[in-house]
Write a protein that binds this ligand. Structure first.
Ligand code: NAD
Length: 319
């Protein structure tokens, strides 16, 4: 039997509609809309694509923004000065720092220069720290981790106690997902986290009712490594060459370069035969992340203007 697809585009659309209503009601209460400053350092093709997607959604929701472009050889102190300026700029409600940064910059140190009240990516120590406390419903959190939760909610499956394996333990995906999935005092999943040093990866993945993979290695998980009827959330984004039946890379006539496509970390064809639900790549987790950036922004802005903000409840279904 083939798995049901968890459609990230559809999830993003539903969240966007909710946010449009919030924006309308905010417009009635305040003259000002929250403005975003998105910082990009140097020329990175992947970041450019991400920025283009951000701008598209800002334009659609009529959210003002400014792209702050800095040269690849910018010094750490210049970047800090720029961020400090944005921190005190009354026109700016949200700051994001697009990664990767060039090697002379310590990303973690610089991210923490962003004022937590303007940290729309939820990556400062203060905002990440709030994920530890079950009694706090954080109002910002890392968007990819939030996107994983939204994809799980879409299945409407009761998560209580379920064997859940997270492959990948990065600060931006694996670790925040773990904390979100442990946030309920009574209904949390039973998690295992695997990483580069894990022995016998398939021994763990085969036991998973819910398998979340965020590594960055195409084909890491195949059909033999997953349990029947499991839920598969594939966070990985990998660009691979396309080969013909003889194993030769297909060349693009226009560019003269090998043709490529995006895939996840999960071998979709074999895994979707066994799973009950699966996120595709593209069109899964990655399709939900940018709209959640806007949700973080609106939450911070509402708090700033004295509105009540409910905060994220990772175990409560979407209305
Ligand atoms: P990262 O490089 O920071 O972390 C990779 C993790 O994978 C580490 O925990 C590492 O220990 C683990 N790992 C590496 N090799 C492994 C192996 N053989 N077996 C088990 N674990 C292994 O990566 P990241 O930033 O968390 O990103 C992971 C993937 O998710 C990448 O493909 C990235 O492009 C993608 N990503 C997608 C989105 C999105 O919006 N969909 C956002 C961020 C990252």
């Amino acid at each position: 039997m083939s798995a049901q697809i968890i459609d990230g585009v559809l999830i993003a659309q539903k969240i966007k509609e909710e946010l449009k209503c919030q924006i309308e009601s905010l417009k009635k209460k305040t003259e000002k809309m929250p403005k975003v400053a998105s910082i990009i350092v140097g020329e990175n093709p992947a970041t450019k694509v991400y920025i283009k997607n951000q701008c598209k959604i800002f334009d659609e929701l009529k959210i003002p923004y400014e792209i702050v472009e800095l040269k690849n050889d910018v010094s750490e102190s210049e970047l800090v000065k720029k961020i400090e300026g944005l921190n005190v700029d009354g026109d700016i409600s949200g700051i994001m720092l697009n990664l990767p940064l060039p090697p002379q910059i310590n990303s973690r140190k610089i991210q923490n220069k962003i004022l937590p009240a303007k940290d729309i990516e939820g990556v400062t120590v203060e905002n990440l720290g709030k994920l530890v406390y079950s009694e706090i419903n954080p109002i910002v959190a890392p968007c990819t981790a939030l996107s994983v939760i939204e994809c799980l909610k879409e299945t409407k499956v009761d998560l209580k106690g379920r064997e859940t394996v997270i492959v990948g333990h990065s600060e931006i995906v694996g670790k925040p997902v773990l904390l979100m999935l442990l946030s309920s005092l009574t209904n949390s999943v039973t998690p295992t986290v695997c990483h580069i040093a894990t022995n016998n990866l398939s021994g763990h993945t085969k036991k998973a009712d819910i398998l979340i993979v965020a590594v960055g290695k195409a084909g890491l998980i195949n059909g033999e490594m997953v349990k029947d009827d499991s839920i598969i959330i594939d966070v990985g984004i990998n660009r691979i060459k396309i080969f013909d039946d003889n194993g030769t890379a297909i060349i693009d006539d226009k560019t003269g370069k090998p043709k490529t496509k995006l895939v996840g970390d999960v071998d979709y064809d074999s895994v979707s035969q066994k799973a009950s639900f699966i996120t595709p790549v593209p069109g899964g987790v990655g399709s939900v992340t940018t709209i959640l950036l806007i949700k973080n922004l609106l939450n911070l802005f509402k708090l700033h203007i004295g509105e009540e903000v409910e905060g994220y409840k990772f175990y409560e279904s979407r209305s």
